[in-house]
Design a protein around this ligand. Sequence first.
Ligand code: CTP
Length: 407
Amino acid sequence: MELAGKHIVLGLTGGIACYKSAELCRLLVKAGATVQVVMTEAAEQFITPVTMQALSGRAVYTSQWDGREPNNMPHINLSREADAMLIAPCSADFIARLVQGRADELLSLMCLARPVERVPLLLAPAMNREMWAHPATQRNLAQVAADGAVVLGVGRGDQACGETGDGRMLEPAELLADLVAFFQPKVLAGRRVVVTAGPTFEALDPIRGITNHSSGKMGFAIARAAREAGAEVVVVAGPVSLATPRGVRRVDVKSARDMLAATQAEVPAADIFIATAAVADWRPLTQADQKIKKDGSGDAPTVAFTENPDILLTVAQSDRARSGALFCVGFAAESHDLVAHATAKRARKGIPLLVGNIGPLTFGQDDNQMLLVDAQGVQELPRASKTECARLLVREIARRLPGGIAT
Ligand code: CTP
């Protein structure tokens, strides 16, 4: 329920992407928002108010002369109560109307009449690629952004007209993610974050290897939360089957040594490094070029192991980390004596902040309980979903940064 308590005005303007707005409306409602749909006359050519009323559970408004409002001022009443107005799809014509401050139909009138400091306006453009690329559209987009609107991106691909290019409306799930992110405090604006996540896979031969049960969920949730908080984020991911959070750059790796190399390539440009990966402590000393076959003797092969590099320790010992330019955060998954082990681990790794959790209570689960260990001592955070834990952690990290934002 990521939009619980939020009231969203969902505006539809004329475009074939209106069919996606039905799904968007459902997703917003499922996420806990109340949704007031407002449609232009052109939007009604593509989808009916009946569909949108059924999905939003509220009567749809299409006219500034709607007599259902006792004072006959739907443009005032509907815009005042919104936490945000999202125009999806937002046509080229509607953007041009916003630029001019037109007010001759309900939706543009509401955009003009809304209290700008209190009711943000988000636009999800949708149009043919030539219309999108036209200097008039690009000029208008720059102007509406300068006037305070948040212009969300567009998708690229096949268009309803048969052409291929930029200008598709973002998918409903992407728009939901962008709206949820919009409401998050931007405590990491301008910061660059690198997160390691998931297990590593240490090959024994081309077929087999050793790994662990880490799902990568916590690391991916942290990458997402950091992105939502305004950071530029790279996730260095071991083999996991998770979707990349929106706006996050992903580097896929397999072994601990690959993860170290990828991490070392990314951290010189970073302000924050968060090591959530469950890196295999050891790898087979040798990796066979061909599948190791049974030799018929009944004897199992002996596998010698060697220790993997400690990625967190290596990064924490770098000059940038030591000077405080790179803030390092480690995780400790323990089975018992969490406080003692986590405190000792923080000291051993030489990092400012360590997050402790009980392994079996977090691996593969959707929620988690974190213990923060820093130079001041130990702080227990409440048990919450991994998404919520990640947001809490991001705020705790932001608070500890040089020049960090008080949260
Ligand atoms: N870590 C790492 N590289 C490794 C091992 C661990 O970057 N080769 C990081 C993990 O991502 C985590 C932290 O170090 O942030 C703690 O990892 P953990 O495996 O719990 O601790 P260890 O240092 O391996 O200590 P122990 O085995 O004694 O629990």
